[in-house]
Design a protein around this ligand. Sequence first.
Ligand code: PLP
Length: 440
Amino acid sequence: MAKQNLPGPKAKALIERDHKVISPSYPRGYPFVMDHGKGSEVWDVDGNRFLDFMGGIAVVSTGYSHPKVVKAIQEQAEKFIHISSDFYHENWIKLAEKLDEIAPFKEDALSFMTNSGTEAVETAIKLARYHTKRTNFIGFTGAFHGRTMGAVTFTASKAKYHGGFYPLMNGVTHAPFPNPYRPILERRKGEDYGETTVRYIEEEILNQVLPPKDVAGILVETIQGEGGYIVPPDGFYPALRKLCDKHGILLIVDEVQCGMGRTGKWWAIEHFGVEPDMLTSAKGIASGMPLGACIARKSVMDWEIGTHGNTYGGNPISCAASLATIDLIEKEYLKNAAEVGAYAMDALEEIQARHPSIGQVRGKGLMIGVEFVKNRETKVPAKELTDRVVELGFERGLLMLSCGKSVIRIAPPLSMSKSEMDEGLRLFEEALTAAEKDVK
Ligand SMILES: Cc1ncc(COP(=O)(O)O)c(C=O)c1O
């Protein structure tokens, strides 16, 4: 594809206006100014077409403006846009019934609907304290859980997220997330690295720093997103579940990014054969309408009337969009995510064989991370190269986002076809080949 001269004049003018009036804190990737999208394709305001490998940060699960989602939104908007969570409406109830049906535990599930991922995490934190009557938590390095005060305390993927905002929430201790590509703890014979991490939590944290009787919950992204698309070893969750059971600690999985079908199963935790006590969801749950949920075992969500609430919880349009989204995922895209994801993994492994700058390709379904290194032996992260690949991909008509220190995340709409995946991977390799020449 010919190199596009970006940003074009209309995009440039809008970006100038944006910079005058919008908070400078937003971490903008590159100068893409959206005009419209369809499926896995998007067009900018100057008429340039792009294929999308990032799905609005893993949000647009059914593709841009899927006709069934649009119809559900339109129909609901004509009936009523808002009523408030002080009252009832059917789509909210239907959505909670569906979440109960697909929740990754046998016990009945109750859901608290939120407006975002961070609010779902905030809800889980509060509920864990309320239910257990304990105050403390364990989180993980590299994690991203959001930016409100409680969630951001757990977030540990960049020091910048904490700098200037202290004091944060009290009572959060971080353990190292088990990254099998970059282990930092010493593995004992017979253990997998996930089990090593759980042994560290028990021996070094619970025995020496933080008494388990004070720990309400362990909050963990089932597959780390922003931290680098890291899949923990198979032994991690079974061992963590056992530890939680031993001490009456709640296991809370944050599936805001890795859940809702992205990995080819409803929830990433299902790949590990473990049932959590609570789960947070958002992003892909409503194809881009603002919605999140804290889904908990019925016996855990035992707070009294009035203890927690919100104005927009169960927003009628978001619930309608979510029901249409879940229906599409169930009927078509769960299977597609598993198939196209496996297809992409194979193709990426072939690309890796041609490019020594790729240290590792990993992931499940359509949640794939490609990690770049300066040298496969030393594994020094190749950050500059990663940024250049993203930049050159954009110029060639491919939207990508990085994560971790030197990882490109591939998180397209779950509806992406194999031929679109082929096109995207061809652009990706072209960008990588050019970037390897630019960055030595
Ligand atoms: C795993 C995870 N949890 C929570 C959040 C926060 O979600 P939101 O940005 O909707 O507040 C994110 C956002 O990227 C996330 O990836």
